[in-house]
Design a protein around this ligand. Structure first.
Ligand SMILES: Cc1cc2nc3c(=O)[nH]c(=O)nc-3n(C[C@H](O)[C@H](O)[C@H](O)COP(=O)(O)O)c2cc1C
Length: 177
């Protein structure tokens, strides 16, 4: 099984998640290609059987470099005839889409668009979306109150050890699919 671990992280929260994913996949005896997007670098997702894709949430969407990468990939796959009407399933191909988010204003509602956005590229290609995961991620920006007084309460230190252990269990679950 060819596995891709694709992610974008500016303040390190998603990086922790992605590292937990790669370690768990390797412990389960599989190889994984881990790609951290910095400037929408070229990556072809189609050769992979299982893709983990994640980002921090910025203005309700994944990071800009991730959006640019997805726009570029969508154009390439359309031009190559790999995004077809009705998006027929590609047997054996699946994707897990996740984000880390702060949700200071409207909670998970401001993270849902980011996960749905990323999932759509894979759904369009014919991958089955086998997981949509939302992990809390401390807000490391200008407004300190966002990490303690937002709708989701005190999220300092998240994702923490317990979050990452839960994540590892979910990854193992997906590997057994
Ligand atoms: C400039 C900035 C904007 C953010 N905007 C949002 C947002 O719109 N919605 C949200 O839920 N979280 C928002 N967050 C919180 C991040 O999504 C969260 O901390 C995430 O874990 C960051 O991931 P990263 O460290 O991997 O980049 C924002 C954080 C920063 C620094």
């Amino acid at each position: 099984m060819k596995i891709l671990n694709l992610y974008f992280s500016t303040t390190g929260n998603t990086d922790k998640v992605a590292k937990t994913i790669s370690a768990t996949v390797q412990q389960a005896g599989h190889q994984v290609d881990t790609v951290r997007i910095i400037k929408s670098e070229a990556v072809d997702v189609l050769p992979y059987d299982l893709v983990f894709v994640g980002s921090g949430v910025y203005e309700w969407l994944p990071g800009l470099a991730m959006q640019k990468l997805f726009a570029k990939l969508r154009r390439q796959y359309v031009a190559a005839g790999q995004i077809k009407p009705a998006s027929p399933r590609l047997p054996g191909k699946s994707a897990v889409v996740y984000c880390t988010y702060g949700g200071a204003h409207t909670g998970i509602n401001e993270a849902i668009p980011a996960v749905k956005y990323m999932g759509q590229l894979f759904d369009h290609l014919g991958f089955e979306i086998v997981g949509e995961w939302y992990l809390l991620g401390e807000y490391h920006g200008k407004y300190k109150e966002f990490s303690v007084g937002g709708r989701l309460g005190n999220i300092q230190g998240r994702p923490n050890e317990a979050d990452l252990q839960d994540l590892a269990e979910k990854v193992k679950g997906v590997m057994n699919v």
